[in-house]
Design a protein. Sequence first.
Length: 950
Amino acid sequence: MASTGWPDAKTCSRTVPLANRARYGWFVSSPSSILPGLPPALHASHAGIWLTDGRGEQTVGLGRGQALARAADTPLLLVNAPLLGSRLGYADLSGLDLLELFAFLFPAQFVIPTVAGLARAMGLTPPASDAEAATLIPQIASTMLGWIQRPDWAEREGAWTSLNQLERLRWSWAPLLRPLIATPGTAERWLFSRLPQWEEQAPRPAPRPVTLDEAEVLARLRSLTGSGAETRQGQRDFSTATAGSFAPRPREEAPNVVLAQAGTGIGKTLGYLAPATLWAEQSGGTVWIATYTKALQRQLDRETRRHYPDDAAFRRHVVIRKGRENYLCLLNLEDALQGGFAGRAAVLAQFVARWAGYTRDGDMVGGDLPGWLMALFRRAGATALTDRRGECIYAGCPHFRTCFIERATRASQNADIVIANHALVMINAARGREAQGAPTRIIFDEGHHLFDAADSTFGAALTGREAIELRRWIMGPESERRGRRRGLAARLSDVASYDDEGAEAIEDAREAARALPGEDWLRRVVEHGPDGAIETVLAAVRETVYARAERDGRDTDPGYGLEVDLSEADGALIDAATDAARALEALLAPLQRLGKRLVAVIELAPDWLDGPARARIDGAISALGWRCDLLRAWIALLLRVGGPPEPAFVDWLAVDRVEGKEYDMGLHRHWLDPTKPLAETVLRPAHGVLVTSATLRAGGDTQTAVERSGAVHLGRAPIWFEAASPFDYARQSEVLIVTDIKRGDLPALAGAYARLIEAAGGGTLGLFTAIRRLRSVQKRIADRLARAGLPLYAQHVDPFDPATLIDMFRDDPRASLLGTDALRDGIDVPGDSLRLVVMEGVPWAKPSVLHATRRQASGEPTAYDDRLVRARLAQAFGRLIRRGDDSGQFVILSAAMPSRLLSAFPPDVPILRIPLDEAIARVRSRLGSDANIGQRLPDGSQAKWVSSEE
Ligand code: SF4
């Protein structure tokens, strides 16, 4: 038979992305004849509310009250209930959500959680208007339900079993799916027996010393970029310079450190992948690439495939590693499926089980579990499905051989490239775990964040939330809830029955842990009076914070976090801290004793100590070790109360609040210079480290970059490399400083945002330094923009994580997105979807105790502040131009923008100080003069865009 050019049913497997299947025409074109009748569909935006009948033939506009009454009457078809609920002002809105159906039918497949996104995934033309979106919903639902009839539905296995469970849980789609999903001919395999097992492998020999040949590095770069790609000298220079970090180390504790600032557009990812992959192959070693944002992890995931295009080879050679709290714990899932969860959380557990059968790596945060799924269930039970509390029982777990975490850990020991984040690399080094796989060749991309990542990793916080976690880890659950959560005694019962001293240490630790905050601690501390030494010190902290925040007049942002310096503590706080330190010492002692007993048991090797038991005790020793470190850090912090400050640290007290609601409080300690522990624990033991970024100088000079990388503490000078961006910023961009918006004038600020977004026809990223102002502006302008056909998404308002919001923003060139710090440099949107960045003002640092102490210690407070602002401006500007054909404008709504900060922008970019009207005219005229900007409809076709002001 001649080939049709289309894949046949057999090739349709879970490795084929859904979009491709739709593109190849693998959907039923007219499924309605076999499908049940559908209920009406509801759609809402800031511009209005629409209801369409179940055939998508008649659409009417309706009011909010009518819409809510209809939704309460009968389950309606809808897309994205949380987003719809926030548009209707009714967070509990529910119905037949097509996203839930999608998660059931196509687990581990990507889709943008909008009507347009679903339409595209199902091979339908996206709607051109909100009214059309309502009309399209029944058609999308029909197409999805029709897919079930296809013999090549790749995710059929497990669906019947899962539907049975979901039917019992009264999932709203179950009655519609029941007649469509037939009982399978043979019994379906249990999820836990379907998962592949990891294989134990011999330890890898140490990497051979290798000096990379420059010609080979450049040849590898050519093969990565492709033969047709233009030659970029900056990228070639970058590639050969970074190869220096892989050279053999001249002496112990003197790693080869290369600091490389490479402007946007150099192509630094492929630039360093060339020497990294070459070194891994020639030496037999592993290169760890650490990023700060998930966006870059995704990019690296894509770009490493250029060298390993075969999927099996890619999986063998490249591993993405996250902290263990990111992965699904199969034992927790089993517990949830067997009645540990109730209500909506139990439904979520079924979806996660469907996904577990098809996921690439079990990563629940940023992997192939849709980011919007947790939001659909308002995160009910989500955290209980991971191993957040360190309760893993390792080889004692029935799922140990299929465990996602264990598989990722083993795979990374034999991989060429491990993609991780800054924090994980630091934690692995600091906690001394996985010594065999400890990174020795490290690339820190987004290196301008190294200082901040070290700041959080090496800081300590004794807060209520942290302390109750420790209590739970030691004592297990306090109520007689169902579930497997177990304390130390249950996890180590075999040790306790074998070793009397060990049993006694466990009992003593349990007794001492009663001093830690228990369930309901917050209410006791705030309202009824504390119970135990730690709750008492938390109450004293709270009292001090409120007393001083008011006395100092520093309470500038009521309803949000408050903090005060830990100096001049009064008698009550000192007494409480002393008692708390004593209580923690009483807990530390038995935990240390237990650690020693566990080591002794391993050495004695009794008969019952088989491989699994040994692995479990090894795990317990490691977990005990870092909890003892944590306790020592807390004790040191408590003993500092009332004493002289330690110059190496900054200590403060804080009460954490959101919109007036307190959720945590406690004592905090950060290093004045966190690059000191970074240098000691991560850099010094390594052989080679590359730190790279487009803005490595972080608003200062080369010396600043050396200081903020930690290289300054190594006693061996790093190699500095620099390559300028190849972009023509003068032609591609301009900076507009708007001079007539008064600081603090919220209506004027909101009006400026609305008019600029309208002039640009959407495609705007709005950046704020305060959540409160972001929310106020969003509230004032969302309806107005929606009426002009310009959707507006907002971090801290819409119930989605930043990655999902960025996906929604990227998908629609008419959409705009408002956000705070996470979006300032965590967003990579090349092309039309981002053509205007608007900052609400000069991004000064938040006046915190930590910031104040560091700026004072710098000796040049103004220069210190300026450097931080320049770094933020450079990062924000970097969002605008991502490719050679990008074009856009950067607007700052602040008349008070000091000229000395303008060096943050590329030297040749035009900078104008103009009133708002003029800025709007420039935005509109630039839009009109560039045929590529903002003129694409959601389906990718070109059209004339007319902004609402024309
Ligand atoms: S080995 Fe640990 S993390 Fe893995 S499934 Fe079992 S308990 Fe969970």
